[in-house]
Design a binder for this molecule. Structure first.
Ligand code: DC
Length: 220
């Protein structure tokens, strides 16, 4: 069973999905993290002068959710923190626009969710990757609010950046993610719209948890 939350960068979908997964003891899948790993491979291949698509195919990528954290391993090394750095964020929308990368990440995700109950967050999960998902949400929030949230996450990790740089990165990514030809960021017709600007974090976690609990009870 899969529940998806799509939406623009910093709308709160990832932290909400993670908290819902923790509360309901279900699995969490962070699709953006997989695009970030692909971007790390891209940046490494550029530095080394290697072919990106060969490097991508030859890479061993694995992931798991444990103790409130989504871990991603690249060739058996944990890169979960490295993929959050600004140099990765600045390149990720370009890499995620490549159809070969999307096909690669989609295959990883479809393989992962074959058994168990998952909540996943991304941009195109409800429209392209899991169009038959049992429950879909589309989460939005004001741009300034999203930039503030992302800045405090980065500051907490010790990253040197500014509000303006983070706001610009989010704005650029929104534009690239929603205007690309291949599976753009888009609300699915059957997704529930959640505007988190006026909601507390607890409100949004509670609201989504209730929907998921109802679905689990219905399918029991
Ligand atoms: O959720 P995030 O900010 O970590 O995502 C990083 C980038 O990955 C985002 O700017 C666009 C891309 N992405 C995507 O194209 N499709 C998804 N399903 C998830 C993320």
């Amino acid at each position: 069973m899969i529940v998806v939350i799509d939406g623009p960068a910093g709308s709160g979908k990832s932290s909400t999905a993670r908290a819902v997964a923790e509360r309901l003891k279900i699995q969490f899948l962070d699709s953006g993290a997989l695009y970030r790993v692909a971007t790390l491979i891209y940046l490494n291949s550029q530095n080394n002068g290697d072919s990106f698509f060969d490097a991508l195919k030859e890479s061993d990528i694995s992931f798991y959710f444990k103790e409130k954290k989504f871990h991603v391993l690249l060739n058996h090394s944990d890169v979960s923190d490295e993929i959050r750095a600004m140099h990765v964020a600045n390149a990720v929308s370009t890499v995620a626009a490549m159809p070969e990368v999307r096909a690669f990440v989609n295959a990883l995700m479809r393989q992962a969710v074959q058994s168990g109950i998952y909540i996943a967050d991304g941009r195109d999960l409800g429209t392209a990757v899991f169009p038959d998902a049992e429950l879909k949400f589309f989460m939005i929030a004001d741009l300034d609010e999203r930039a503030r949230r992302r800045l405090s996450e980065l500051e907490a990790k010790g990253e040197q950046t500014t509000f303006d740089e983070v706001r610009k990165n989010i704005e650029d990514r929104d534009l690239k993610d929603s205007s690309r030809a291949s599976d753009p960021l888009k609300q699915a017709d059957d997704a529930i719209l959640v505007n988190t600007s006026g909601l507390t974090f607890e409100d949004q976690v509670q609201m989504i948890s209730e929907h998921v609990q109802q679905l689990i009870a219905k399918n029991a």
